[in-house]
Write a protein that binds this ligand. Structure first.
Ligand code: FAD
Length: 323
């Protein structure tokens, strides 16, 4: 049965995050031929509406206000609630990102509706869609079916492929005006960490370092390899605890959960808490000088050796391929 589905778009510094396009693809599967409406909340954001249409949105609704310049739980929930009231959808999809993890349970509880979080795949074969999500830190998967009622879905970035971009596709664009009041948090300034390059949670390639990297300088070859492959640098908590890198790079149970196409683990032992954040990566390469290291149990390719020998060799070889 076809459904009307709202999909929340996410921007960062004026650009749409990839997960916005993946959420549209997820919305299409849930809508089953029904309407997929992208909702864009912020201030001065209208430049990107055509991109949402090109990636499959049938309509775009914007909510703009100076108070929505930065994300706040109160502001964005007021904005999205106004669109939900106007459109009365059957499903609402957003990324399983910091924003989605904050907003979805808050609104689901406010509206007394369902929430399926951290969805990595959707089976839509005409019946009610089945939402597949990892449980027990990725060791097993469960399938959930929601029979009726409004349901919030958060999708894990990098798992549900976006649709092919179709430039010139047309779709309606309208706006909803909302009086944003009673903000309990006012963000005065956002100070960004001095990390450059690709966003770790959306990176297709991650080169991660552990305690085996031994120092802050030890991360330099990993960064060079990541840059060469268009990827991002990540880390184990061991490396963060040792002060070799910032905690924003931590991957694992208490860090970021990532699913890149390629994960290269360098000097990481493979503790269960680390694997909870990366074991669903599509291809895992592990470099470790201990042949018994646990990380080899999840690796597709294992290299037993010193990372300070192996990583420069990889850089050399990838440079040849790139030329
Ligand atoms: P180690 O276990 O010390 O391993 C270093 C590895 O480097 C070894 O295997 C060694 O053989 C190899 N090595 C050394 N030198 C070289 C070299 N020159 N070349 C190649 N290999 C080399 N950890 C996380 O990562 N993420 C989390 O989110 C997380 N959450 C946690 C939550 C809780 C509640 C707890 C209790 C722990 C958590 N941990 C987490 C910590 C986790 O248990 C491990 O302690 C941590 O992952 C170990 O990091 P590591 O693999 O870098 O270090």
């Amino acid at each position: 049965m076809s459904k009307k589905v709202l999909v929340l778009a996410e921007t960062r510094e004026g650009s749409l995050r990839n997960v916005s396009f993946e959420a549209i693809a997820a919305g299409k599967m849930i809508a089953d031929g029904g309407e997929v409406i992208s909702v864009l909340i912020g201030n001065g954001i209208t430049d990107v509406v055509n991109e949402l249409v090109a990636y499959g949105a049938d309509r775009v609704i914007t909510v703009e206000d100076a108070k929505l310049e930065q994300y706040s739980s109160d502001g964005f929930s007021q904005a999205l609630l106004a669109v939900i009231e106007q459109e009365n959808p059957e499903g609402i999809v957003m990324g399983h990102t910091s924003l989605g993890k904050d907003l979805s349970p808050k609104l689901a509880s406010r509206l007394n509706s369902g929430l399926v979080s951290d969805v990595t795949a959707i089976e839509a074969d005409g019946d009610s869609p089945k939402f597949i999500r990892p449980i027990y830190s990725g060791k097993a998967f469960e399938k959930k079916v929601i029979k009726d009622g409004l349901t919030f879905i958060t999708i894990r970035p990098n798992n549900i492929p976006a649709l092919e971009k179709e430039d010139g596709r047309s779709g309606d664009v309208s706006s909803v005006s909302v009086d944003i009041t009673d903000l309990r948090t006012i963000i005065k300034e956002v100070v960004r960490k001095a990390t450059d390059g690709v966003d770790l949670s959306e990176a297709k390639v991650i080169v991660a370092g552990g305690r085996g990297v031994k120092s802050e300088d030890g991360f330099k070859p990993l960064k060079e390899l990541a840059d060469l492959l268009g990827g991002a640098v990540g880390a184990s908590r061991g490396a963060c605890d040792a002060d070799y890198c910032d905690y924003s790079l931590q991957i694992g149970q208490t860090g970021k959960v990532v699913t890149p196409d390629l994960y290269i683990a360098c000097g990481i032992s493979g503790a269960i808490q680390h694997m909870a954040g990366m074991s669903n990566s599509k291809v895992i390469v592990a470099i470790n000088k201990d042949p018994e290291a646990n990380i080899f149990k999840v690796a597709d390719y294992g290299i037993v050796g010193d990372l300070f020998d192996v990583v420069p060799l990889l850089i050399e070889e990838f440079k040849k391929v790139k030329v």
